[in-house]
Structure formats: C-alpha cells, structure tokens
Write a protein that binds this ligand. Structure first.
Ligand code: HEM
Ligand code: NAG
Ligand code: NAG
Ligand code: NAG
Ligand code: NAG
Length: 537
C-alpha cells in the first residue's frame, strides 16, 4: 500500500461520514452495480478492465444513469444519458474537475488549460482560442499531409524487397509522425521523431501514459481516488514526491527545457517582426495584445506548451491506430475508402495539383463517414470526471426506474458528488445511434440525418471531443490531422490483421491506448500487416 494512504484514507473516511450525515440528497435510490469490494467499490472495473467493458454492461442493465461505488462506500453518479451529458458539459463551471484530477493533470500538463478552473480557465481559454479557429486549423493541413508522407516514404523503403508485406507496429510510427506534426504546427520546430526515436525528448513521450497509469494496484486506485478530499496543493505536492510518478516528472523536466528554449526563440523572432503562424506564435501575439488582466503568465504559457504536446499528440495517434485496426478488420470498408481516395487523387492530378487540400475533403463523403465512425466507435478519451458544484437536479432524456419503483426524469445530486460521464457509452447509445450501435459501420453517417433530438458535443453529436465551454479546444486540428493521415496511409497501403490482433486490449490510461495482452510493459502496440496498395481504376 502506498504510504500516502496513511494520510488519505482516514481523512477521507471521516469527511465522508460527515458528508453522509449532513447531506439530505443521496443516490441511494438510483440503481447500479454491486461494489466489487468495499475498498475499491467499482473502480477496479473502471481503471483496470478494458475500456468500455463495464460501461456497456451498465448501460444495458441500468440505462442512462447508474449509481456506482467508489472506495469505502462513496457513491458516484455514472452517466451516459444524452440530456444529462449535455446538461453537465454545458454547465461547465457548475461541475468543476475534482482536486485529484487536477493534481494528476498538473503532473502531466502543468497548470494549463486542462487543469485550470473557473475564471482562470475562462481567461486562459480566451487567450488560447485565436490559435484554434477554423482558418488557423485549415492552414495546418499541409503540415499534417507532409508528416503523413514521411511514414509513406519509410514504409515504401522497407517494403521495397518484401512485396508480400511486413508487420509494422502502427502506434510507434503514427505517434512519432504526430509528434513531428505537432512540433511543426504548434511550435514551428522539427523534432525529427520519425527518424530519431532515441532522443530523450521522443523517448520521454513514447507510451508515457501507459507506463505511468496502466494496471494500477489497489492501493494506487484508492490513493488517487481518495485524494480528492485533500487540498489540491497538498495533493500536487504529494504526487511530486511519490516514486510512482517518476516518468511524468522526468517528462516535465524534458518538456520544460524544450518549452523555455522555444519560447525564447519565439519571443526573439516576433520581436524581429517574423510573420509566424504556428500556435505558439499566435498565443504569444494574443498575449501581447490582451489587456493586463487577461494576460498569461510565463508559467502559464509554459504549461500550455506542455498541454498541447500531450493533449495534441497521444489522442490523435490513438484514434488513428484504432481506425486502421477497424479497416483491417473490415476489408470491404477499407477498399471502398481507398476507392474514394484514389478517385479524388485522380481528379486532383487531372487539375494539375499534387496533393490534397481541405476543400477536397468536403467532396469525400465516405472518408468523412469513416472519420466520424472511428471517433464514435473508439473515442480516445472515454470518460470525463467531474464533481457537483452546488446541489442540483440533472435532467434525463428518458425516465429511469429507481430501486423503490418510482419513475424519475431527473436525478437530484448533492454538492460534492463525483460524476463519471461515459463518452464510450454515450457514443454507443442505441436510442441515439440505432440498434447496430455496437457495429463499426461508416454507412450510418451517409444514410441517416446527422440531426439528433438532443445535440451533445461539438462535433457531429459525438461526445468524443466533449462539449460546452470546456470542450476540446483542438478538435478542428485533430479532425484535419486524422483525415490527412488516413488519406495518405490508406491511399498507399493495405492493412491486414496479424495473429496478435486477437490479443489487443483497450487499455484505460486516461486515453484508450492499444496494448497487447501480457505485454503491457512494451507500451502501445497495434501490430498490423502492411502491403503496398494496388491502384485500381
Ligand atoms: C482525437 C483527438 C482528440 C480527442 C479525442 C480529444 C478529446 C478531448 C476531450 C474529451 C477533452 C475534454 C477533457 C475534459 O474536460 O476533461 C479535451 C480537452 C482538451 N483538448 Fe483535446 N482531444 C483531441 C485532440 C486534441 C488536440 C490535437 C489538441 C491540441 C492541439 C487538444 C487540446 C486540448 C486541450 C488544450 C483541452 C482542454 C480544454 C479545456 O479544458 O478548455 N486536443 N480534448
Ligand atoms: C538522435 O538523438 C540523439 C539524442 O538527442 C543524438 O545524440 C543523436 O545524434 C541523434 N541521431 C540522429 C541520427 O540524428
Ligand atoms: C475516483 O472515482 C470517481 C469514479 O471513477 C471519479 O469521478 C474520480 O475522478 C476518481 N478519481 C481518480 C483520481 O481516479
Ligand atoms: C504575457 O504578457 C505578460 C505581461 O505583459 C508578460 O509578463 C509575459 O511574459 C507574457 N508571456 C509571454 C509568454 O509572452
Ligand atoms: C489482406 O486482406 C484482404 C481482404 O481480406 C485479402 O484479399 C488480401 O489477400 C490480404 N493480404 C495479405 C497480404 O494478407
């Protein structure tokens, strides 16, 4: 057991008892799974089994909400109901992030946009937004295409004398290429990760989250979880000193060194009047023009650099890896996608152009459908964790029956209650997506109208990028990046399953990382067989 339990547990337990006594609103009547153990509640299921396994079972059994158990009998509201998701995401500051989430976030992204709360978040978000608009994101498309082409060149070389194909570990390649892409797009900097995976910087980012968070022990789940009852600065201090998080601290060192250097060179360049369009240049320029009260401090800008590095590269590379797996599993979908890409490629060449532009994407409905289906089926971020800021009632899209047999249309919740929003379950909700919600089927996006009764999330009614004032700020960036990579790779290569694909795990490490059963220590793995694609007419 972690030494911190000595502080955390008794403190938490006493607070919990007091809380139980004073609050009149309880989740006692909401149906939900039995706790697996008193110490862990249901959290073992959420933090150790495959992403979605527990969620899909609870969704089937209890519907849009369930009462699940945290450590020492703590009640947690688990939610996937569309109306409730919308209410909580749009309510943003009324449902703050809990202190242990902020502490874990601080360890991996410092005090940037992901961990800021309330007015501080509002101010940071305002300073960051100009860098993430539609024109800014569109302007980055050629960078994504170029970094995707870097994979093609290297795979073609390796396949030159193996026409029968070769096994490639997809996440290794894609995560290096997306790290290079974020380097260029966000900082106008060349990491060269695709050619040099041995630099300290690149190594520190490889499978960072898997190595830091996969297969947590009981003690660690309880500690991480109960630390929410401790003051946030104490928890941040604690995480700074536990041996457990050594890799994240090492990452912080490496990222801060990079951040300080890049910031200095950016300041110098802008002072000389350089006309740069990378995210950081836009943020620094926006900081200059802001009025005194809304400026970012130097530490906050350093935090944004680390935030963008992590939030902007693991997520997209994870989505791409799962996407390619689905294409390997579904050869008909893969061929149809490739046919659309090749047809557009021919049109582009006929017009005397050499590569895809953002405007071409609008004329590729099947590519768009595949993108959306990948993001629906395999949301890289599968849960959001929030707390209730003030006593309130959370509305539901359809009534649920409580243990005592009453039908309710809203769930009363007391201040302080933890909430888990299940992005994974909402994205498979049959009332939203139809009876085949658990089938990977891009056609659904072509046949059905995208308009839903209740709009959830900022992109295509998916919860994948969350919604409201705390929605993913980089969603346009991500959508263009994933498409650039999908088009480039599917155009040039054919993907087939390997034996090891049967052993792939949806590893819950805050993002849904692909690992191979029994080899979690090896980090992200998705071994696919790759051959050169034939160009049909
Ligand atoms: C497929 C790719 C991506 C997915 C699925 C994704 C998903 C999400 C989700 C669900 C959130 C909300 C987290 C929470 O509230 O706890 C979020 C927030 C965020 N994302 Fe993304 N993201 C992706 C790509 C990116 C990229 C490319 C960037 C930056 C270049 C980025 C930067 C951020 C930032 C800064 C936040 C915090 C926003 C705030 O709280 O105001 N993300 N993302
Ligand atoms: C790769 O990075 C390491 C560490 O930064 C450096 O020593 C080495 O020279 C680099 N190799 C190449 C081929 O660039
Ligand atoms: C503790 O458990 C609940 C439910 O999963 C969650 O809302 C909270 O964020 C958890 N904390 C940590 C650090 O895992
Ligand atoms: C933002 O502006 C403030 C106030 O002028 C300044 O102290 C700070 O260094 C600036 N930050 C960056 C990264 O430019
Ligand atoms: C890959 O799968 C497709 C479709 O199932 C099949 O036609 C093709 O022969 C396979 N290629 C290799 C190299 O295994």
């Amino acid at each position: 057991m972690e030494p911190t339990l000595a502080y955390g547990l008794p403190a938490a337990f006493i607070l919990y008892l007091i809380y139980k006594r004073v609050t009149k609103i309880t989740l006692d009547d909401i149906r939900g799974p039995e706790a697996e153990t008193f110490w862990l509640g249901n959290l073992g299921q959420l933090f150790r089994s495959l992403v979605g396994e527990a969620d899909f079972a609870w969704q089937d059994k209890f519907g849009g909400v369930a009462r699940i158990k945290g450590p020492v009998g703590q009640d947690i509201l688990w939610v996937c109901d569309p109306r409730a998701m919308q209410f909580i995401m749009n309510g943003a500051y009324k449902f703050p992030k809990t202190s242990e989430r902020v502490a874990l976030g601080t360890l991996s992204t410092d005090r940037g946009l992901v961990t800021a709360q309330d007015d501080c978040h509002k101010r940071q978000r305002k300073a960051m937004l100009p860098a993430f608009g539609t024109p800014e994101s569109k302007a980055l498309f050629p960078i994504f295409v170029r970094n995707a082409e870097a994979i093609t060149t290297r795979w073609r070389d390796q396949l030159f004398d193996s026409p029968e194909g070769k096994m490639f570990n997809i996440p290794t390649w894609v995560s290096c290429a997306t790290l290079d892409a974020i380097g260029e797009a966000a900082f106008d900097h060349t990491f060269g990760a695709i050619d040099n995976q041995t630099s300290d910087f690149v190594k520190s980012y490889q499978s960072l989250l898997i190595k830091s968070f996969a297969s947590p022990t009981d003690g660690r789940i309880i500690m991480q979880n109960l630390s929410r009852y401790l003051p946030v600065n104490f928890v941040i201090w604690l995480y700074d000193h536990l041996p457990l998080y050594k890799l994240l601290r090492k990452n912080r060192e490496v990222a801060h060194k990079f951040g300080k250097e890049i910031l200095a060179s950016k300041d110098a360049a802008l002072a000389k009047g350089a006309d740069s369009h990378d995210l950081l240049a836009i943020i620094v320029r926006s900081n200059m023009s802001e009025n005194e009260r809304s400026k970012l401090t130097d530490y906050e800008v350093l935090s944004q650099i680390r935030t963008i590095l992590l939030a902007g590269h693991e997520t997209t590379s994870t989505a791409l890896s799962w996407g390619l797996l689905e294409l390997a599993k579904n050869p008909a979908i893969q061929s149809k996608l490739r046919a659309e890409i090749h047809a557009m490629d021919n049109t582009i060449k006929a017009h005397g152009r050499s590569s895809f532009t953002v405007e071409d994407l609008d004329k590729m409905p099947y590519t768009q459908a595949c993108l959306k289906e990948v993001l629906r089926f395999h949301p890289p971020v599968y849960h959001l964790h929030r707390a209730v800021g003030q006593d309130t009632a959370i509305p539901l899209s359809k009534p649920v029956t409580t243990k005592s047999g009453t039908e309710i249309n809203e769930v009363p919740v007391a201040k302080g209650t933890s909430i888990v929003l299940s992005i994974a379950a909402y994205n498979r909700d049959k009332s939203v997506w139809g009876e085949d919600a658990h089938v990977f089927n891009p056609e659904r996006w072509l046949n059905q109208s995208e308009k839903k009764d209740i709009s959830v999330g900022i992109f295509s009614n998916l919860a994948t990028f969350a919604g409201g004032p705390r929605a993913c700020i980089g969603w346009r960036f991500a959508v263009y990046e994933i498409q650039a990579f999908m088009i480039e790779l599917v155009s040039n290569f054919e993907f087939n399953l390997t034996e090891d694909c049967k052993l792939i795990r949806r590893e819950p490490v805050f993002i849904m990382a692909p690992t191979v059963e029994g080899q979690v220590g090896k980090g992200a793995q998705m071994p696919l067989k790759v051959t050169l694609a034939q160009r049909g007419e």
